[in-house]
Design a protein around this ligand. Structure first.
Ligand SMILES: Nc1nc2c(ncn2[C@@H]2O[C@H](COP(=O)(O)OP(=O)(O)OP(=O)(O)O)[C@@H](O)[C@H]2O)c(=O)[nH]1
Ligand SMILES: [Mg+2]
Length: 294
């Protein structure tokens, strides 16, 4: 019997949704950083086994939006729980159920699919804390399964996969075996640059950053010439991104190039232009242009 289904991963920002997705896929497809609100779009990936195919949806962290971009992100995540076969609700050991998670649980109560309570980051928490969190969350809603994991260490994630296969229905293979994602090459490249920017910048700047690919050409030798706009919100941020003697921008460029080369399996030349667009996160037209569509 072949089984297939859509499985969405939801939770607050920074709980490790994208880390878990990458681990399950065995490949990095969704960017990860230690800053909340890293993922901005629903990212669909496809895991095909001998007797199953799971279509995962990684989603932006659900939070209280402060601008139109945030609204788009939260709407994307909320919409992902409609019409799926299984929901993975991810959180971390916090003992008390916070307001953010209470809000998500309210959303989960309004849908019919089975829900797994996946408690991540058990590697950095005591057993006692894990146990108390499990107990408190279980009072809020009836979960079909409760699975403590560490996405970074790959702890208990085999068990999680096994349970997912158990819960998804009998169904067809939706996608060919070799297809692992529905996102475009250009999207992956823009995301890699955004990740490197997030990782090389301090707290204040990253949230207001976007990446727009303005050119991508391959020469005869196969080498890619890529030009991107790195968009920020303030002149002062532009200075921070460029850094002293251009050091920060150089580092963003080098680390991006390295990873894009691995992704494209070809040599890459990358030019990054830093641009300021005041309050772009509240500009509908501009959000559309960047692919954050309503
Ligand atoms: N210690 C520990 N850290 C983890 C684990 N899983 C993820 N992290 C870290 O948590 C941070 C956030 O991880 P992400 O995967 O980007 O989290 P996310 O839920 O996708 O975040 P958003 O996209 O912002 O909603 C990163 O610094 C990860 O390295 C884990 O199992 N243990
Ligand atoms: Mg993420």
């Amino acid at each position: 019997m072949f089984k297939s289904g859509f499985v969405t991963i939801v939770g607050r920002p920074n709980v490790g949704k994208s880390t878990l997705l990458n681990l399950l896929m065995g490949e990095k497809l969704s960017i990860v950083s230690n800053k909340p609100q890293t993922t901005r779009n629903n990212i669909q990936t496809i895991l095909t086994g001998d007797n199953y195919q799971i279509v995962f949806v990684d989603t932006p962290g659900i939070h209280k939006p402060k601008h139109k971009l945030g609204e788009y992100m939260v709407d994307s995540a909320k919409n992902s729980i409609k019409d799926v076969d299984l929901v993975l609700f991810l959180t971390t050991p916090d003992v008390e159920v916070g307001r953010g998670d209470k809000f998500i649980i309210e959303q989960l109560k309004q849908q019919k699919a089975p829900i797994f309570f996946v408690l991540n980051k058990i590697d950095e928490n005591t057993q006692d804390r894990v146990a108390k969190t499990l107990e408190n969350y279980s009072k809020e809603i009836n979960f079909n399964e409760i699975i403590p994991i560490s996405a970074i260490k790959g702890k208990n994630t085999d068990k999680l996969l096994e349970l997912m296969v158990k819960y998804i229905p009998e169904g067809p293979k939706y996608y060919p075996d070799d297809m692992i994602t529905d996102v475009q090459e250009r999207f992956v490249i823009a995301e890699i640059v955004r990740e490197k920017a997030l990782r090389n910048l301090s707290q204040e700047v990253p949230h207001g950053i976007a990446v727009d690919i303005i050119q991508m050409k391959q020469d005869k030798s196969g080498k890619y010439n890529i030009e991107v706009d790195l968009i920020c919100e303030k002149d002062s941020h532009k200075g921070i991104i460029i850094g002293k003697n251009g050091q920060t921008l150089k580092k963003i460029g080098e680390t991006s190039r390295y990873e894009i080369e691995r992704f494209l399996k070809n040599k890459v030349n990358i030019k990054i232009w830093v641009k300021v667009r005041k309050e772009w996160r509240d500009n509908s037209l501009y959000l559309k242009e960047l692919g954050y569509k309503k």
